[in-house]
Design a protein around this ligand. Sequence first.
Ligand SMILES: [Mg+2]
Length: 313
Amino acid sequence: MDEFGVIRNLSKSLPAPPPEVIAPIGDDCAVVRLGGTSWVAAADMLVSGHHFEDWAAPEDVGYKAVAVNVSDVAAMGGRPRFVLVSGGTPDPETALRCMKGVAEACEEFGVYQLGGDTTRARALTVNVSILGELPEPPMLRSGARPGDLLAVTGELGASAAGLLILQRDERAPERLVRKHLRPEPRVEVGLAAARLSVHAAIDLSDGLASDVRRVCEMSGVGCRVDLDHLPIAPDTRRISESLGHDPETLAATGGEDYELLFAAPERTLDALSRESNISITVVGEVIRGGATFLRGRKPVEDLTGWDHFSGPA
Ligand SMILES: [Mg+2]
């Protein structure tokens, strides 16, 4: 069973939600309406040996744990506000270093830490729960319609290239390493997209190839994604090739980009591009039917992203 099997199973066992729940489990965040304001809520955990190894300093782990949660809020069109941070660490010094990273991220993203819990554990584990405010109706994964274009913010594959570098015990190019250790969630673009009524959004955590399928599944549509159009920076391309990886495949499946994927009509995406200081790149379109990935106009098979229950335990 993969992570989505577990979520499906869990969703089935939940009772009917109370009326305040606008969107239940199954999107980037749940949405609840309280006292006239809509809030998004999510939680995300980083585990040593699975999400990171010794190459990540505890400060980086703490920072990233907050950043990836902020990214889920951004994907809904929300503004991150509050976090609760819990974790297990082998010693108090690691806990303090990790919390330093948490505090840096909270300052960077304008988030206030309400509290949390710490305990002794064999390996560093951090869990962040986040609350964000929704100024507009949420962007859900389920809103994509045939005729929409698919577009991504920023660039793809830089984080995966950074990971390849770290795994070889190297630290350069520093820009790519930093992309992996300290992701930059797209909060402002997410807010603008919700304001412009973008039809659907998701943050790219597991890789475009699997995350776009999630949007299609939830929306009951298909897609055609052109891998030749993926925004890949020259340094990502160079490192990827020099380490024996195909850049387009790395960009589509590497994961942890924490960019946003949107489904929206062309004119909406044009308006978003004009408003945003981050590049917005059209990578495909929403169609009826299944998900197809093209390379030089030919279909590519077997593109998959990150599976949360594979890899080292
Ligand atoms: Mg997400």
